[in-house]
Design a protein. Sequence first.
Length: 173
Amino acid sequence: MRMLAFLAFLAFAFSAAPAVADDRIGVVDLQRALNEVEEGASAKRALKKEFDDKQKQLDSRQTELKKMKDELDAQAAMMAAEKKQEKFAELQRKLGELQQLYMSLQQDLSKREAEATASIFQKMGVILAQMGEEQGFSAIVEKTAVPYFKPSLDVTNELIRRYNAAYGGKKKN
């Protein structure tokens, strides 16, 4: 019985092989395309500036905390236990605030990045669908999902060129 099932499987596999051979698969590096289309590069620059501004804010707060800790360490031996405990509690509270600020800024930046890239990826999807139809691809898959592919299957440069042509920006090959 197993042998019969195995032979049926082989017959099916070999009969399906010619159909697969006719299929054409394209490969795209969406991350590279995002970085190289002008709209993506512009969004990345804006996000980097925003990140740098927020990082300065965090660095300033962190410097303030370090200064408070150093002062507490230097004066701890001469302070009354109650005063030392009070200063330590204040330091802990400010550390908690800094951690909350950090988490809030990280979430905000992640949200802004997702918003900035979502529309770009959506537009890329439309262009990839057009390319698939025009060039007879059965599928175009993300490069990270494919361990090996022939370089001739890579449609990333064409995607970048078409995207910049459709949505502005300098042309790339």
